[in-house]
Design a protein. Structure first.
Length: 390
């Protein structure tokens, strides 16, 4: 039996969600593989020293900032982080090389950015010939050295023509650049059981005659949801999903309302809730945008200095494909909703043209990589052997 390792971490939640979705579909398809989820931070810090010293896991700092909306300046911080990763590169390679020698995967699939140089080079050193693939969980790369590294003969799985073009421009061979029709989303978004929408809305205390917006800002919510709820409280029916942010859910519950409103915490029924809505409001995250579009929802997102660097292309993608409305600020959310509803049928038609089958396409790509992998282990290319300690 072949062993496939899916590399993720919990920063933002999308990387883990993509890994879980991919693991689930591989099991559903009955692939004869042992699929293992590998938390990168647990490999790099198995004793949890960072948590003991700081009181939090590394990703907790990032997730707390998302929940509070503290995203200004992340582009500069990203460059600092990448510099620290490159300084630590030799130590990262040594730690990861030990991991590969101990666990011996037949295929490694990365669903994380920034660490792919160390992940690939350590694997090439420990287990020459074992294929390595990076699945971009963003609609596009954020050069330099976010998802795509130069001069690394790895495989790149890209969900948009923009990402494919970026990979080719970085010098990667076309045979190693694999295009899919979108981002990984969970299997339940491909299932459409019968639904009496009007009855489902009534059962939740909502009015089926009103346009309904669903508001989501990732797995940890955002304080921006309070401003949206206040500004749209006069007439827009809302479903607000707060994720793990219980204080946010409590504050939203306490707000006075004039239109029906449903506030939920963490929910495993996001796909169902989206089917009850007419449009989506949230940050331009690749996962939530892809889920909304898959469920037929036009979107309202912002694009400004607070937008994280890896999500800035996403707003352009929305505009280019006429998938919804992009504003500079949520302070104009009332106008954005009016603008979207004025052309709701047109936006819906554009959304229907996006047929994201990535979750079903990627297993076929991985099958080919395993089939094409050499049976005998080769040697590390000289260029990487020289750079493993660079």
């Amino acid at each position: 039996m072949k062993t496939v390792d899916l590399i993720y971490f919990n920063a933002g939640g999308g990387h883990r969600a993509s890994a879980l979705a991919l693991q689930a579909v591989l099991r559903e398809q009955g692939r004869p593989w042992l699929v293992r989820l590998v938390n990168l931070f647990e490999v790099l810090d198995p004793q949890g020293r960072f948590r003991r010293v700081t009181g939090r896991a590394p990703e907790d700092w990032y997730n707390q900032r998302l929940a509070r909306g503290w995203t200004l300046g992340m582009a500069q911080e990203l460059r600092v982080l990448q510099t620290l990763i490159r300084v630590a590169h030799p130590a990262l390679v040594r730690r990861l090389r030990q991991h590969w020698l101990r666990t011996e995967p037949d295929l490694v699939v990365s669903l994380v950015p920034n660490f792919n140089r160390a992940l690939y080079q350590s694997l090439a050193s420990a287990l020459p010939g074992v294929p390595y693939a990076t699945v971009l969980t963003d609609l596009a790369d954020v050069p330099p050295r976010f998802w795509i590294e130069r001069e690394q003969p790895q495989h790149l799985i890209c969900g948009t023509p923009r990402a494919v073009a970026q990979a080719l421009a970085m010098g990667h061979a076309p045979a190693r650049v694999h295009a899919t029709s979108g981002m990984i989303i969970r299997p339940e978004f491909y299932r459409q059981p019968p639904l009496d929408r009007d009855q489902a809305l009534r059962s939740l205390g909502l009015d089926p005659t009103r346009p309904t917006g669903i508001v989501m800002f990732g797995g940890h919510g955002s304080r921006a949801m309070e401003g949206i709820a206040r500004r749209l409280g006069g007439g827009t029916q809302l479903i607000l999903i707060c994720g793990h942010n219980k204080p946010l859910a409590a504050r939203l519950q306490a707000l006075p309302v004039r239109a029906p409103r449903l506030v939920l915490g963490f929910s495993s029924e996001v796909a169902h809730c989206m089917r009850l809505a007419d449009f989506f409001i949230g940050k331009p995250g690749p996962g939530s945008l892809s889920e909304a579009v898959r469920q037929g929802l036009p979107v309202i997102v912002t694009d400004n200095a607070w937008t994280m660097p890896q999500e800035r292309y996403n707003a352009q993608w929305v505009r280019e494909n006429h998938l919804g409305v992009v504003h500079r600020s949520l302070r104009t959310i009332e106008r954005a909703v009016a603008e979207l509803l004025a052309d709701l049928d047109g936006f819906r038609a554009s959304v229907r043209r996006i047929d994201n089958r990535a979750l079903l396409e990627i297993p076929e790509i991985l099958e080919r990589l395993l089939h094409e992998a050499p049976d005998a282990q080769g040697t590390v290319p000289d260029i990487f052997a020289k750079r493993l300690i660079a």
